[in-house]
Ligand binder design. Sequence first.
Ligand code: CP
Length: 324
Amino acid sequence: MPPAADPVTPDGLAAPVGLRTKDLLSIGDLSVDEIRLILDTAEAMKEVGTRSIKKVPALRGRTVVNLFFEASTRTRTSFEVAQKRLSADTVNIAASGSSVVKGETLADTVRNLEAMAPDIIVVRHQSAGAGHLVAGLCRARVINAGDGMHEHPTQALLDALTIRQRKGRIEGLKVSIIGDLLHSRVFRSNVLLLHALGAEVSVCGPATMMLPDMARFGVRPTTSIDEAVEGADVVMLLRIQLERMGGYFFPSLREYFQLFGMTPERLERAHPDAIIMHPGPMNRGVEIAPEVADGPYSVILEQVANGVAVRMAVLYLLADERQA
Ligand code: CP
């Protein structure tokens, strides 16, 4: 890659110190100090979004490919906004408009993209491990934008930024994650990050949607939503991922809402200053009542706004010449 421009220092942002990892595929790739560095850098990046001209030249001359094999609104748009705010040259590829529909494999797609010398590839794919496959095939830095049921590291980072902004800390907070745990990459990335930063995590959902090896995550599982919400500082709802289910894991969506849906009445058990989070997209009236999604405790749109800042930070730090 060409040397990184050093443009942000005059704008008040710290000079990049980089990350040790070549790629961001899992929260497990990051040390606690690196997680904090990303969050601190994202705080600085937020200021860029408040300017009339929302642009710094940090990634000028760098080419970033957004390779999305799975639907996305928030992640794809915020990565692209982040890249444009950093002045990168952005190329968007969706599976439906690519030669994947003619039978080309992911590996061949990546080899062909690599031949065009991109600096960073952002990849979302329906299969767990897709990011690792891509990273193993190219010199470009690779960012996992969600791989099947495995991980979604930038989602967990933007969630952490939102919690830190609202609560001033993450250490010692009681975080309750409720919903479709089994199919959730957001859960897997969040539990790694929240534990790394010292939060106490409990999880709740139907027994059919617990992971068989839940004990390995070091969380407190319950099938009682009232128990899960009791005293929680942060309540994070997860979407019921019907597209990843071969059949129903519960009798009906109506029954799911009755047993596990977050309502204003249930929320009264949480800490009085609790915040409500959801990574989106939401199933209103299934995992979350509309009054809760749009209510005063909801920080759901703050999560979306923080997604741009966190992705700017990750792109900026990964692009630093001094690492890898
Ligand atoms: N949270 C999230 O990943 O949303 P999208 O699927 O819309 O990107």
